[in-house]
Design a protein around this ligand. Sequence first.
Ligand code: ATP
Length: 382
Amino acid sequence: MAELSKNDGRQDATPNVSEVEVVDAHSEQEAVAAIETPVESGEPILQVRNLVKHFPLTQGVLFKRQVGAVKAVDGVSFDLYQGETLGIVGESGCGKSTVAKLLMTLERATAGEVFYKGQDITKLSGRALKAVRRNIQMVFQDPYTSLNPRMTVGDIIGEPFDIHPEVAPRGDRRRKVQELLDVVGLNPEYINRYPHQFSGGQRQRIGIARGLALNPEIIICDEPVSALDVSVQAQVINLMERLQDEFNLSYIFIAHDLSIVRHISDRVGVMYLGKMAEIGTDEQIYDHPTHPYTQALLSAVPVPDPEARERRERIILTGDVPSPANPPSGCRFRTRCWKAQDKCADEVPLLAVPERFKSADSPAAHESACHFAEEKDVVHAV
Ligand SMILES: Nc1ncnc2c1ncn2[C@@H]1O[C@H](COP(=O)(O)OP(=O)(O)OP(=O)(O)O)[C@@H](O)[C@H]1O
C-alpha cells in the first residue's frame, strides 16, 4: 500500500504556519504600499460605511453582566475627499467624538468599515496600522489639558518621532521641531519653554504643530477652537486653512458652533443620537436644509443683524435628547419632531437623496434621513 503523506494528503487545504506568515506578510506589504500611495485631489480618501460603536452597560461588582449598550454611534456612513474639510455638527452626546476616536483607531468599532485608500482600517494590524496612524492625526479640543505640563514644547512636538523615527532621525529632530514651530507662527526659539508660558491660542498652535509632525494626510479636529476666546478662534481657523492649502490636508472638523463650521467646511454632516441626519455642501445644509433637526439647529444660531433676526423663524424643540442606551424606534428624532407620523416610529429613514428632489436640479437634492424631508430656508444670514 502506498504510504500516506504525513497529513493524509491535506497539505494544500491547511497551509503550515510559515506559509500563513508569508501570506500575511505579503498582504501587509500590499496594505502598506496602498496606504503610502497618494490619492488624487477630489478623490475619496476615507470612506466610512455603517460604522457602529456600542459601549456595553454592565451591572454587578464581582460578576459583571451586560444589561444593555450605549449606542453612541449606530450606522454612520460618509466620505471624506482629498483636500476637503468635512464639518460634523450635533448636540453634546450625539457621538461626534466617538466617530473621531474610531477614525483614529483609538476605539475598536463594534461593526462597520472605515476604508482609508481602500484599506479597511478597522481590520488592520502591525505595520499597516502603524502607517495609517501616522497618516491620520488629531488636534484636540482643550489646549490647556491636552499638553503635558512637565514637557517642553520641543519634547511635546517631537514626541511622535519616538514612534516614527523614520520621519526625523535623532540628530535632525531639533531642527524639524523648530521648523514646525515656525510653520504654525511661533518663535522657533521657544523650543525649551513649557506649556504654561503660552496663551491658549499659542498652545493650540503647539497642538497643531504636533499634529503636523508626521506629515499626515488627514487631521481630525475635535472642537479645536471651542476653548478659545472668540478673537483668537479666527486666528487659529485662518492658520488651519493656510496649513490645509500648504500641505494638501483633508480635515474632519467636529464642532457644535454652526457658524465656525460653515466658515471652514466644504461639506457638513449633521449628527443626531448616533446617526447622520443630513449631509451636503455648506450651501445645501445652511441655506436649503431638508431635515427638521438641521432646521431646528439653524434656527437657534445667534444672528447679529436685528433685521435678519426678525425674519428668522424660531423652531423650539420640546423634550430632551433621548438616551442613546434606549433610542426611539424608527426615526430617532421623532420624539422631538413636529412632523412625526406613524411611519416615523415604524421605519428607520435611510440617509439618501429624497425621491421628490432626485430629478430636480435643486440644492435640496442632498442626502437627508427623513421620511418627510422638505426644504426650508430657516436663516437668511448666518
Ligand atoms: N467609553 C465610554 N463608555 C460608555 N459610554 C460612552 C463612552 N464614551 C462615550 N460614551 C457615550 O456615548 C455617547 C456619545 O458620546 P460622544 O462623546 O461621542 O458625544 P459627542 O457628540 O462628542 O459629545 P460632546 O460634544 O459632549 O463631546 C454619550 O452618551 C456618551 O456618554
